[in-house]
Design a protein around this ligand. Structure first.
Ligand code: GTP
Ligand code: MG
Length: 138
């Protein structure tokens, strides 16, 4: 059984969409085995998105991630990494398929409501970035 890391981003938390987004995951068979609401520090957000450091949108992305609280969580299920990416939809909501979180809720490519790990290595790394082993109670 696979685990992935997910963030409900500030734009979604601000609009009170935590429950609606969790419902999408649960209905698809993904189980939140750890979750918490946090307000990321700048250092935390910069470290998390270090891979995008040289991109033109890096500064804006960090500002958006620290603007207000997020929900970080670990989702568990069969093929969780890919399944989560499918439920999220395309990065740019303009390209996101019907029924996906980003199609329904995202505001823009920056404020796109959710993050999800893209591979087993990044999932493991991102889970460790925010959670201790003791917090994973699946
Ligand atoms: P994540 O699940 O968040 O990693 O999304 P992704 O894998 O679909 O996208 P990617 O890793 O390429 O980019 C990470 C995040 O950077 C995206 O989720 C967007 O919020 C943000 N991002 C990507 N491109 C742009 C852009 O052109 N402008 C802004 N403001 N943000 C962007
Ligand atoms: Mg990504």
């Amino acid at each position: 059984i696979e685990r992935t890391f997910s963030i409900i981003k500030p734009d979604a938390v601000r609009r009170n969409l935590i429950g609606k987004i969790l419902t999408k995951f649960e209905e698809a068979g993904l189980r939140p085995i750890a979750l918490k609401k946090i307000h990321m520090t700048r250092a935390q957000a910069e470290g998390f998105y270090a891979v995008h450091k040289e991109r033109p949108f890096f500064g804006e992305l960090v500002e958006q991630m620290i603007a207000s609280p997020v929900v970080v969580q670990v989702l568990e299920g069969e093929g969780a990494i890919l399944k989560n990416r499918e439920i999220m939809g395309a990065t740019n909501p303009a390209n996101a398929a019907e029924g996906t979180i980003r199609k329904e809720f995202a505001l823009s490519v920056g404020e796109n409501s959710v993050h999800g790990s893209d591979a087993p290595e990044t999932a493991a790394q991102e889970i460790k970035y925010f959670f201790t082993d003791e917090e994973l109670v699946g």
